[in-house]
Design a protein around this ligand. Structure first.
Ligand code: PEP
Ligand code: MG
Length: 323
């Protein structure tokens, strides 16, 4: 079976009826790039930059960050890299930033919310990213966006930093894409409006599922509510993808769901453009996708969104795909 998977490395991510998608990887450090290449990854769909801030008690400098982003982009040799700006808070803490103690940290000052409070930290990261942008196909992604105003504010700060760099005579890519994670239900519901202003969406199901079911992703007591294949989630995913496509934009998924076999037929049917997962899942997802017909998965997805429970969805998937 392993040998058979290896053969998938240089194959295209395409269904039997010639529908193409992109299979990319989630990484946490430039050290992970070799694994992405070895597993036939077509790029990086989520670079979690938190590690940069966790390595020492000091905040990483602009120069340190620039070197890391450049290394990732150069390592990918022109393949796209979606880099997510700092997502601290929730379950992640760092020594160098004093986070407020809150009753519900997952609903508190996290990710862009923190970056707006600490614009000094945010601007350093954005400058480093902008400077690195000329070394490859960089896409910048803001996490935990709930409202259009937040997106506009984050993008506005990015554009200010870009202008400063240009005035300093420093080259910045002008094909840079700017997108958001869809991981808060409010943003998923308003995706049609976001789609007019962003370049892409990437659905963060780890958080989207937790916030949609109001079930902490860390709590075993409510884990029965953590249902990524539930019709509620599928309907949100469908709305996000359809909204993006209506504006000529693309949608990826970078939550764990994107790497799961059960999800693949559903997501192909719903029209997801990019699947970002741990590098070690890429070859098996590719093999599975290459065994599907898009036209059949469309039919499956249309039925799945009208199911009432996750069990029904899973049973339906197994009717369509042998696994
Ligand atoms: C997600 O929420 O699905 C996601 C990819 O981000 P993280 O797991 O880092 O919160
Ligand atoms: Mg998240």
């Amino acid at each position: 079976y392993k040998e058979e998977l290896k053969k998938m490395k240089n194959e295209k991510s395409v269904t039997l009826d010639d529908h193409h998608v992109e299979l990319v990887a989630n990484i946490g450090s430039p050290k992970d790039i070799q694994g992405v290449i070895d597993n036939g990854g077509e790029g990086v769909g989520l670079f979690r930059t938190e590690f940069l801030y966790m390595e020492s008690a000091q905040l990483p400098t602009e120069e340190e960050q620039f070197n890391v982003y450049k290394e990732v982009l150069e390592g990918l040799e022109g393949k796209p890299a979606v880099v997510r700006t700092l997502d601290i808070g929730g379950d992640k803490e760092i020594e160098a930033i004093d986070l407020p103690k809150e009753m519900n940290p997952f609903l508190g000052v996290r990710a862009v919310r923190l970056c707006f409070q600490r614009e000094d930290i945010f601007r350093v990261q954005l400058r480093a990213l902008l400077r690195a942008s000329v070394y490859g196909d960089l896409r910048i992604m803001f996490p935990m966006i709930a409202t259009l105003d937040e997106f506009r504010k984050a993008k506005g700060i990015l554009m200010e930093e870009k202008e400063k760099l240009v005035n300093e005579g420093i080259a910045v890519s002008d094909t840079l894409q700017v997108g958001i994670m869809i991981e808060i239900p409010a943003a998923a519901v308003l995706a049609d409006q976001f789609a007019k202003e962003v370049d892409f969406f990437s659905i963060g199901t780890n958080d989207l599922v937790q916030y949609t079911f109001a079930a902490d992703r860390m709590s075993s007591g409510v884990s029965y509510l953590y249902q990524p294949f539930h019709p509620s989630i599928l309907r949100l995913v469908k709305h996000v993808i359809d909204s993006a496509h209506a504006e000529g934009k693309w949608t990826g998924m970078c939550g764990e769901m994107a790497g799961e076999a059960i999800a693949a037929p559903l997501l192909i049917g719903l029209g997801l453009d990019e699947f970002s997962m741990s590098a070690t899942s890429i070859l098996s997802q590719r093999k599975l996708i290459r065994s599907m017909k898009k036209s059949e998965m469309n039919e499956l997805a249309a039925k799945a969104i009208n199911c009432s429970t996750m069990e029904e969805v899973v049973a339906l998937v197994k009717e369509y795909i042998e696994m």
